[in-house]
Design a protein around this ligand. Structure first.
Ligand code: SF4
Length: 246
């Protein structure tokens, strides 16, 4: 999988070779602040990026636009067709395995790519880099305003075959219909427990009911698939795994 994050610890891509994403939902452990740079054919990460992200992105896009690029190939010769796109590093809960309870530091909003910049980059990666499926992630992507607008933009990219979103589900009940209408095909919903107390212990927030409402709303909206991502945590959620599967 090829990863781009639209934030300062981000616009991340492979770092010789392309690195796997460490967690299905959160991105706290993803290497920081890198971008695509020349030689563009290898899509290697060469430089860290702290300021002027938009300017650098513009340069990257300009380079890609002028280059007849081969597919995304890492140093092991693997062809990558999946793009994981983080639209925010913020989240409305604080899973203990992802964020500190207090004092989490986030990228200044000015350093986060606009929807238009994300779209331009995604379109180039699809049309010239061979990307065929995009997964929107965060943080929690639905805490960013107007995500359905971004979905609609990405869904209009001609060669894109699959568009999915990973969410903790807490805001899904209010956004599911708009996401489906915008062209989102699949949803991955993170849910580690069906027990309210365990949920609060893991996430340091109340919200199991909201997540379950979000799952119900998603099913009613007719997505091509609604999957659960569950982390089996030793001594915390292990006894529930079978129940979650049912
Ligand atoms: S829901 Fe939020 S806190 Fe929990 S793993 Fe995902 S991004 Fe991290």
């Amino acid at each position: 999988m090829f990863t781009v994050m639209s934030s300062d610890h981000s616009l991340a891509n492979c770092d010789q070779p392309i690195t796997p994403v460490h967690h299905l939902h959160g991105n706290r452990s993803v290497p920081s602040a890198c971008t695509l740079d020349s030689p563009i054919q290898n899509y290697r990460v060469k430089h860290c990026l702290h300021h002027s992200e938009s300017e650098r992105l513009t340069a990257i896009i300009s380079t890609m636009s002028q280059t007849s690029s081969p597919p995304l190939i890492d140093s092991f010769g693997r062809v990558h067709t999946s793009l994981r796109l983080s639209v925010t590093d913020r989240c409305n809960i604080r899973c203990f395995y992802c964020m500190p309870e207090k004092g989490a530091e986030f990228v200044p909003k000015d350093n986060i790519l606009s929807f238009e910049e994300i779209y331009r980059l995604a379109r180039l990666l699809v049309e010239q880099g061979g990307v065929r499926d995009i997964r929107i992630t965060g943080g929690e992507p639905l805490v960013r305003q107007q995500v359905p607008r971004l979905i609609k933009m990405l869904a209009g990219i001609g060669k894109l075959e699959d568009l999915s979103l990973t969410t903790n589900g807490m805001l899904l009940a209010e956004h599911a219909q708009a996401l489906r209408e915008a062209g989102l095909k699949r949803l991955n919903i993170s849910l580690d427990t069906l027990n309210k107390e365990v949920f609060a212990k893991i996430t340091r927030r109340d919200g199991l009911d909201k997540t379950l409402q979000g799952i119900d709303a998603a099913i009613k909206c007719g997505f091509e698939s609604v999957k659960l991502n569950t982390l089996a945590i030793k001594g915390v959620t292990e006894p529930e795994v079978a129940e979650l599967v049912r």
